[in-house]
Design a protein around this ligand. Structure first.
Ligand code: ADP
Length: 252
């Protein structure tokens, strides 16, 4: 299992001198589900891209289990510990559902695909092409693909955006079940506080860019939770009563 350590100080993109992320210091414990909530443009995707190694971490410190991620990511072992679910499913349109998952697995693991498709409710759709699936089904393929490598660290970037409410709700439950079964460490980016309260053990709130952490909350509500449960909604209301501008990245 993976513990993630992040220490970012003045992260700039190569084409700009202005920092996107001013200062972010946090640890995600093994098996912990952390939600990152912040206003649009504050650098949430940048943060996930840095953790995944897609964006440069030069001069920054991001490590898991005390080994440096940038060095570790080049080894197959480290790559196979990291799953990333993007805002869009990003499936290869010319490959079937099964082939999309085969693409990231060694052939000796292809026999797991049937089980995995059954777990995400796509037991009969393995031979379909992405264009033959609904948006919700395509997301389920992207979830199956991410879990195919049995990731120890899973990154999600607003994965249920733009889905209808019942589909998003089913996929959140699927995510909870898979993460609980496998003890996955999760960093989940969202701008939806209700979603964060439903899913996470802890929420990190970011300010506007150049961003810092303005607040952290441990969600001490028992599981299983309800998306619109009385305790969940009351927890949210209390927090926003105390910090009315928290979702805009401010605690003043
Ligand atoms: P969020 O996910 O919170 O909406 P992003 O991480 O996508 O925010 O973007 C944060 C800031 O970084 C924005 O101002 C955006 O324009 C800028 N940005 C994102 N990607 C790049 C890039 N590749 N080059 C330069 N600036 C970028």
């Amino acid at each position: 299992m993976i513990e993630l350590n992040v220490a970012i100080n003045n992260k700039c993109y190569a084409n700009s001198e202005k920092a996107v992320l001013a200062q972010l210091d946090f640890t995600v414990k093994q098996g912990e589900f952390v939600a990152i909530v912040g206003p649009s443009g504050c650098g949430k995707s940048t943060l996930l891209n840095m953790i995944s190694g897609l964006e440069s971490c030069s001069g920054q410190h991001i490590s898991y289990n005390e080994s440096d991620l940038q060095e570790g990511i080049t080894s197959n072992k480290a790559l196979h510990q990291l799953g990333y679910i993007f805002q869009q499913p990003r499936l290869m349109p010319w490959l079937t559902v099964r082939e999309n998952i085969e693409l990231i697995l060694p052939p000796e693991q292809f026999d797991q695909i049937d089980d995995l498709l059954a777990q995400v409710g796509l037991a009969n759709e393995g031979e379909y092409f992405p264009s033959q699936l609904s948006g919700g089904m395509q997301r389920r393929v992207s979830i199956a693909r991410a879990f195919a490598i049995n990731p120890q660290l899973l990154l999600l970037d607003e994965p249920f955006n733009s889905l209808d409410a019942p589909t998003a709700s089913r996929l959140r439950q699927l995510l909870i079940d898979l993460c609980e079964q496998r003890g996955t460490t999760v960093v989940f980016v969202t701008h939806d506080l209700q979603e964060a309260v439903y899913l996470a053990d802890r929420i990190i709130f970011m300010s506007d860019s150049p961003s810092t952490i303005v607040h952290q909350s441990i969600i001490d509500l028992p599981r299983p939770r309800k998306e619109s449960g009385v305790s969940e909604l009351a927890w949210q209301a209390q927090l926003l009563f105390k910090y009315p501008r928290l979702l805009a990245g401010r605690i003043d």
